[in-house]
Design a protein around this ligand. Structure first.
Ligand code: ARG
Length: 292
């Protein structure tokens, strides 16, 4: 009997030689963690009793910044604001497609002033800014993959914001419900590896246990070849990564994810953001894509 390799090992089915990965230069927004610290607790990763080292956070962030510059990305910077320690997690500052910036409206009062701060930046940089009505935490919970927006809810962004985003962009939104408080934003539970509409539905990696059953059914059906990451890799926010379609910047410690990416023809690049992990964020959290 001949063995159907694809169905025997669904998650290892794509041979590297069979796929040509094309990196696409990205334009992104970042925020230097000059005022980073942990003084409140709005997710299970944060413990105000543990010491933080702001200069180490800046040094680690700088490595991420330099990595992006090395990949040829166009990296924009927003000025950090004293008293907003989570502003480094630029992904939460909004969601930007087609030059339209849908502003963020934060769940917790501690981060609430970040919404207007990011909207000011978008406005000053010629984006068409849309003031949010519904609670949403930007690209933390909205991921563009192919021609759909995957949208998270359960802990932060309200499901009403999914309809708001769909109306703004005229694109279908797929709602996914998160169930594990450690994976409170969609970008902690799903990594977009290839977002290009030319590759069908695109390619993702995800952590199944982070989702409720109906959401899992959607993910399984839509992305049958997705990379399934280990609990170990997810537990250091390994999924919180950023891809240009070939290079995937990931947490250096996410070793199995690194192996799986390589097997699919991606080029994983590990960075250490251990200090920013104390705030509950990783690579992707520090990165907001700007799509014109
Ligand atoms: N301390 C921040 C919060 O809890 C971390 C945000 C992480 N950002 C992300 N895109 N997952 O809101």
């Amino acid at each position: 009997m001949s063995l159907d390799v694809a169905s025997a090992t669904p998650n290892e089915s794509v041979a590297p030689a069979a796929v040509t990965r094309t990196p696409v230069k990205r334009t992104i927004l970042m925020c230097k963690p000059e005022f980073f610290t942990v003084v409140y607790r709005i997710n299970p990763w944060m413990d105000p009793a543990l010491p933080t080292d702001t200069s180490l956070a800046v040094a680690q962030w700088q490595t991420l910044y330099d990595t992006y510059i090395g990949l040829g990305f166009d990296v924009h910077l927003i000025d950090p604001i004293d008293g907003l320690p989570d502003m480094v997690y630029a992904a939460n500052g909004g969601f930007v497609i087609d030059g339209i910036a849908y502003g963020a409206k934060f769940t917790y009062p501690q981060r609430e002033p970040e919404g207007p701060a990011y909207m000011d930046w978008f406005g000053a940089n010629d984006f068409d800014v849309r003031e949010p009505v519904e609670i949403n935490e930007g690209e933390g919970d909205f991921l563009l993959v192919g021609d759909v927006i995957l949208a998270g809810t359960g802990f932060r962004s309200a499901s009403n914001s999914h309809e708001e985003a769909s109306a703004i962009y005229g694109r279908p939104v797929i709602t996914l419900t998160l169930v594990n408080p450690s994976f409170y934003h969609l970008d902690t539970a799903i990594a977009v590896l290839d977002a290009s509409p030319t590759s069908g539905n695109g390619e993702i990696a995800y952590l199944p246990s982070a989702f409720d059953e109906p959401s899992l059914a959607v993910l399984r059906e839509r992305y049958p070849d997705a990379i399934i990451v280990t609990e170990e890799d997810a537990a250091i926010l390994g999924l919180n990564s950023y891809s240009d379609g070939f290079n995937v910047v990931i947490a250096a410690k996410a070793k199995d994810f690194e192996r799986q990416l390589r097997a699919r023809g991606f080029n994983p690049i590990g960075v250490d953001l251990s200090e920013l992990l104390l705030g509950g964020g990783g690579v992707k959290c520090c990165t907001l894509e700007l799509r014109r």
